[in-house]
Design a protein around this ligand. Structure first.
Ligand code: ADP
Ligand code: MG
Length: 321
């Protein structure tokens, strides 16, 4: 017997995320009632994943659930904020209970890991599309923005960008790699890690921050543009994982680090006086970030290699170009 919409919500989504005391009213009424802590601003972000556009058809349900939340948590991380609540608008071609179980496990697992409650949503029939909205809070006036960087600031990135783009290529059989490297890279695409703890700590040190979803070079360029500065990224400084190098070689690895998508790392700027404070409070070896360049007076983004400017055409993945 086909599950009704109400039955589906009850079975898979009520209690799917964390339980929170600041949820006055969650799933079951016309809207949720939520309590923001005094002295805080409400933070809101939403992102949609469309089958065949943002993930391959046939992608594991668990991964789709995880990624739909992770991409939103990454936006909240880039603001230095704490995620608290999520809403889920789910468009399904059919009610497939095995799929729903995997999807709810992927989304719910990540939600519980970060203390995020699922407080509502919408369920409709149509081509597979997942929209998640994450709501959170940040102490008033302390959120990180893209626009705060100044000439002279140092540019950093967390993690090893490019891995997820290779992982997607492996998923789609456009790339082959040694088994261990392939498993690591696929996981970087299928189960990205939103950098929430880093984002929250960066409020103390960073002048600007953006999450890297469409390629590091393009996203660093957005930060620079919002801040009214130019960005220089050093090719040799780009952090590339051993797995990515094993899969595609060093040259291609660096190109993917610049232009690949779906990394969900943080790119941030820090003023020169604060760099030593950052590095002693958040040791690089523990927090996994790397200095990749500098910001200066002017506009535009350049990549330098051995001191000379590289020609580089990819400025980020464009969905509609
Ligand atoms: P309405 O028609 O008033 O919008 P629904 O019947 O669609 O209400 O939803 C009933 C309740 O279930 C609401 O609280 C809604 O937020 C929640 N809900 C619906 N779909 C989902 C979903 N996919 N995930 C989480 N909550 C959902
Ligand atoms: Mg209603």
């Amino acid at each position: 017997m086909a599950l009704s919409e109400t039955g589906l919500i009850e079975r898979y989504f009520r209690g799917c995320g964390a339980q929170r005391a600041d949820v006055a009213l969650g799933i079951g009424d016309d809207a949720a009632l939520l309590r923001v802590a005094p002295g805080h601003e409400l933070v809101a972000a939403t992102d949609t994943l469309v089958a065949g556009v943002h993930f391959p058809h046939g992608c594991p349900a668990h991964s789709i659930g995880h990624r739909a939340l992770a991409v939103n948590l990454s936006d909240v991380a880039a603001m230095g904020a704490q995620p608290l609540w999520a809403l889920l608008a789910l468009t399904l071609p059919e009610v497939d209970e095995t799929w729903l179980e995997g999807f709810a496990a992927g989304l719910g697992g990540l939600a519980r890991q970060h203390g995020v409650a699922l407080v509502g949503g919408d369920t409709t029939r149509g081509p597979l599309t997942v929209t998640v909205q994450v709501l959170g809070q940040v102490a008033a006036g302390t959120a990180l923005r893209r626009s705060g960087a100044r000439p002279g600031d140092t540019l950093f990135v967390s993690g090893t960008p490019g891995d997820a783009a290779a992982g997607l290529a492996l998923e789609q059989s456009r790339l082959q790699a040694p088994p261990e490297a392939a498993a690591y890279l696929r996981a970087r695409f299928l189960l990205p890690t939103p950098r929430l703890a880093l984002g929250e700590r960066l409020r103390e040190y960073a002048s600007a921050c953006i999450d890297v979803s469409d390629g590091l070079l393009g996203d660093a360029g957005k930060l620079a543009q919002a801040s009214g500065v130019a960005a220089q990224v050093e090719y040799e400084a780009l952090p590339v994982s051993a797995s990515l190098q094993a899969a595609v070689g060093d040259e291609r690895a660096r190109q993917l680090a610049l232009s690949g998508g779906d990394d969900y790392e943080l790119c941030f700027a820090v003023s020169p006086e604060r760099v030593p404070q950052l590095e002693s409070a958040l040791p690089r070896a523990v927090w996994g970030y790397t200095r990749i360049g500098t910001l200066s007076v002017g506009s535009g983004t350049t990549v330098t290699r051995a001191g000379t400017v590289m020609e580089f055409s990819h400025s980020g993945y464009q969905h509609f170009s």
